[in-house]
Design a binder for this molecule. Structure first.
Ligand SMILES: *Cc1c(COP(=O)(O)O)cnc(C)c1O
Length: 354
């Protein structure tokens, strides 16, 4: 089996070494030191300033999305949600469940988020923007600079779900004036699922988080931040993933984040070129380096099944309306050029026999 998925992804062999060992107890100085190092390394990887704060949640990405919303906003806010697919829809549902006033900018499949579309929501009294920098269900990458400028011009907090963007496309926390960035363990970090990392700006911490009642115990940022001052978490964390994270962040530091992104871009570009050359259809909206969507209507689901059953190559299938229209080929984790050569060969054979 080879995973061309977006999470979990192909992991690095060194990880098995770390996670197959007896776990340490975590209320210790050694573990606190590791957590504080994780914080420094992670912030470094997104160019976050010293006064930004980090929260480690033992939960999948959706919990971190929900936590960001309930810790930063309440009924007095008015949010704008970009809904260009399943993950944008999720942000809107979170707002609805927690009764936080919001409007939704909905994009149809294939529709590009442009400045003109955003500007129709300008000067409308919104206090924050909720957006998935890369809408993973379609592969569309939004223009982070455009979003940052829009938030600044409209005096809105910028809440960015960078779960499938981190490690694949450039994110500069400080330059892009991000207030909340959400990342999860199972995408480009290539770790087991179950850990999410949230970094918040000092301004949203002081002006919103400190003044907002999250109404939740497990996901309360204030409690997490208090404990994180000494490298601890309020509840038992995913110790194993945090140990592996330390290894992975050191690997990313020695390689350099720009280089990791560049490498992902090279894999994505060469796969796209190869796929187009043999007649596969790649949508023309701006794409993240994290994955390549391929339009295979109406056989997408069958194509995915056949690649998996006959060749042991697992691409990412789509759900809902896109199930039979789109497959997504991931470029995250421990993959190399030869893996894509094999995949492309298999894709050609499966297509011939459909
Ligand atoms: C993977 C992903 C998530 C997290 O989903 P979970 O299943 O809760 O881990 C959230 N947002 C985006 C954009 C993602 O790609």
């Amino acid at each position: 089996m080879k995973l061309f998925t977006v999470g979990p992804v192909e992991m690095f062999p060194e990880m098995a070494e770390i996670t197959s060992k007896q776990l340490p107890y975590f209320r210790t100085e050694e573990f606190s030191a590791l957590m504080l190092e994780n914080e420094v390394l992670f912030k470094e990887s997104i160019w976050a300033p010293a006064d930004a704060k980090t929260i480690f949640l033992t939960a999948s990405g959706t919990a971190a999305m929900e936590a960001a919303v309930i810790n930063c906003f309440d009924k007095k806010d008015r949010l704008l949600v970009i809904n260009g697919g399943g993950f944008g829809k999720r942000f809107a549902e979170i707002c609805q469940i927690h009764r936080i006033p919001h409007d939704i900018l909905t994009l149809a499949f294939g529709e590009v988020l442009t400045r003109e579309k955003l500007d129709t929501y300008s000067m409308a009294g919104y206090t924050g923007l909720l957006v998935n920098l890369h809408e993973t269900t379609t592969g569309q990458l939004y223009d982070i600079h455009m979003l940052a400028e829009f938030c600044e011009a409209n005096d809105m907090y910028f809440v960015a779900d960078g779960i499938s963007t981190y490690g694949a496309d450039a994110i500069h926390f400080q330059k892009d004036k991000i207030d909340v960035l959400i990342v999860s363990s199972q995408k480009a970090l290539a770790l087991a699922p179950g850990l999410s990392i949230v970094v918040v700006s000092d301004r949203i911490y002081r002006h919103k988080i400190l003044k907002t009642d999250s109404g939740c115990m497990y996901l309360d940022f204030k409690m997490h931040m208090q404990d994180m001052k000494r490298g601890q978490t309020p509840f038992t964390p995913a110790v194993e993933i945090l140990l592996a994270l330390n290894w992975r962040l050191k690997q990313i530091r020695s390689m350099g984040m720009e280089k990791l992104i560049k490498r992902t871009a090279v894999l994505a570009d060469s796969f796209r070129k190869g796929a187009k050359e043999v007649g596969f259809k790649v949508p023309d909206y701006p794409l993240s380096n994290a994955l390549t969507p391929l339009i295979l209507e109406p056989d997408a689901r069958m194509f995915y099944e056949r690649l998996k059953e006959e060749y042991g190559l697992v691409v990412t299938p789509s759900g809902g309306e896109l199930e039979n229209k789109l497959i997504r080929v991931g470029h995250l984790g421990n993959l190399c050029e030869e893996d894509y050569d094999r995949l492309l060969e298999a894709m050609k054979l499966v297509r011939e026999s459909l």
